[in-house]
Write a protein that binds this ligand. Structure first.
Ligand code: F0G
Length: 395
């Protein structure tokens, strides 16, 4: 076996081509392999012109999915910005404007391998846009379950334009998630939410590419917004594998940041993960408006293994941080700004210290949520006359 599916609870193994997302015992699955690699091949590919090497996902293919042919845009190879002593890895620079493309290229490649004809997800908007784009490329039917009225307009527009069918669910993301799982089981549709372990494999490369950007010198902290907990899980697995392979010699700490109104993981963290909490979610950051995250168990392991922390921030703190990131000329959607808001809080609490190297992962592009960007006082409507321009500029 090149690679296999393995239960994170009981350790049972399944063939990599079996279509399943959980073990018979109910545990989540992960993709495992028994290879050991040095990192030189990954660095050598940085100068290659081949599409598969130019992909910031498939550049790491031995540790993502060992296949001959991938459905790739290519994706990844996003920028790392250094501003005001902080680093920002901008995953909004992916082909459809969010980090989801890294997981989707792998999940859709796997969908083709298992001969799926239709793929589906529940989504707060970014996964659906990514799914729609990759389904279009692969020639698969695309079905997305979205919470009615709670998806940012840029994301919904993209999803429809790429050709997906949207089921607008009268309920929240968590209801859409339950429904899509049932629908995929009943209708034989391939599910590409992050419960699908192949999504996690792709999203690991955010971390590996970041480490490569830093010449494999681990930072002190990696900060990520947390909703359905796919990224937190993927980051933990990426760091575990990087460390086990000797690509890095120490573990960075993960900081998972939730919106206060959508904070089930934060609540669980507060009681040392003794209980799994579920909440009815509400936040201005619609991307992370999630009350019952599917990757909870994987994310708990990620926080524990990295000596990580979970923090919560208010909507006001999120929007203030977004304005800051926007005014740096970088820009991001609201959920992504939870990272900077979290850093401020963790610094104030003394957990993050001066001089520590901190990387914020910005998950979505500024154009995703146009409504969140409109600053009315920056607009002056005037008559088409030079005097009116003068008054506006001077007054
Ligand atoms: N940031 C953005 C911009 C997102 O779109 C999401 C999740 C997250 C952060 C949270 O990541 O779920 O891995 O903890 N968006 C999903 C979607 C739920 O449907 O697009 P997570």
């Amino acid at each position: 076996m090149k690679q296999w599916l393995q239960c994170i609870v009981c350790g049972r193994k399944y063939d990599e081509l079996e279509i399943r997302y959980t073990c018979d015992c109910g545990g989540l699955l992960s993709v495992e392999r028994d290879a050991i690699n040095d990192r030189n091949a990954f660095d050598d590919r940085l100068t290659s012109r081949a599409a598969i090497d130019r992909s910031g996902v498939w550049r790491f293919r031995e540790w993502v999915l060992n296949v001959d042919k991938a459905i790739t845009h290519p994706e990844g190879s996003t920028r790392l910005y250094e501003r005001n002593g902080l680093l920002f890895k901008h995953e909004g620079e992916n082909p459809t404007g969010s980090f989801k493309d890294r997981g989707m290229t792998v999940a859709v490649t796997q969908a083709v391998r298992v001969k799926a004809t239709a793929i589906a997800c529940a989504s707060t908007g970014n996964t659906s846009a990514s799914l729609a784009a990759y389904a279009a490329q692969a020639g698969l039917r695309a079905l997305v379950f979205v919470p009615a009225g709670k998806v940012a307009s840029g994301k919904l527009a993209q999803t429809l334009a790429y050709g997906a069918t949207a089921l607008s669910i009268r309920g929240d993301f968590d209801a859409a998630m339950r429904l899509v799982r049932e629908a995929c089981d009943r209708l034989g549709i391939y599910l590409v939410n992050s419960i699908n372990p192949f999504r996690i494999e792709g999203q690991k490369t955010i971390i590996w590419e970041l480490l490569q950007d830093l010449r494999w010198e681990a930072p002190d902290w990696i900060v990520v917004p947390a909703g359905n907990l796919g990224n937190t899980s993927a980051f933990g697995k990426a760091l575990r594998e990087a460390h086990a392979n000797g690509w890095i010699d120490r573990m960075p700490r993960l900081a998972s940041i939730q919106a206060e109104g959508a904070n089930p993981f934060y609540r669980s963290w507060q009681d040392s993960f003794a209980t799994r909490h579920r909440v009815s979610a509400e936040t201005i950051a619609t991307a992370i408006r999630i009350g019952d995250p599917v990757s909870h168990d994987r994310a708990v392991a990620a926080i524990r293994e990295t000596n990580g922390v979970v923090e919560q921030v208010t909507d006001a703190e999120i929007m203030a941080a977004k304005r800051e990131i926007d005014r740096l000329g970088i820009g991001c959607e609201p959920a992504s700004a939870a990272t900077l808001a979290g850093v401020k809080k963790l610094r104030a609490a003394g957990l993050m210290k001066d001089g520590e190297r901190i990387v914020c992962v910005l998950t979505g592009n500024i154009l995703k949520d146009p409504e969140a960007n409109y600053i009315a006082e920056n607009v002056r409507e005037i008559e088409p006359a030079i005097e009116a321009v003068e008054r506006a500029v001077n007054g």
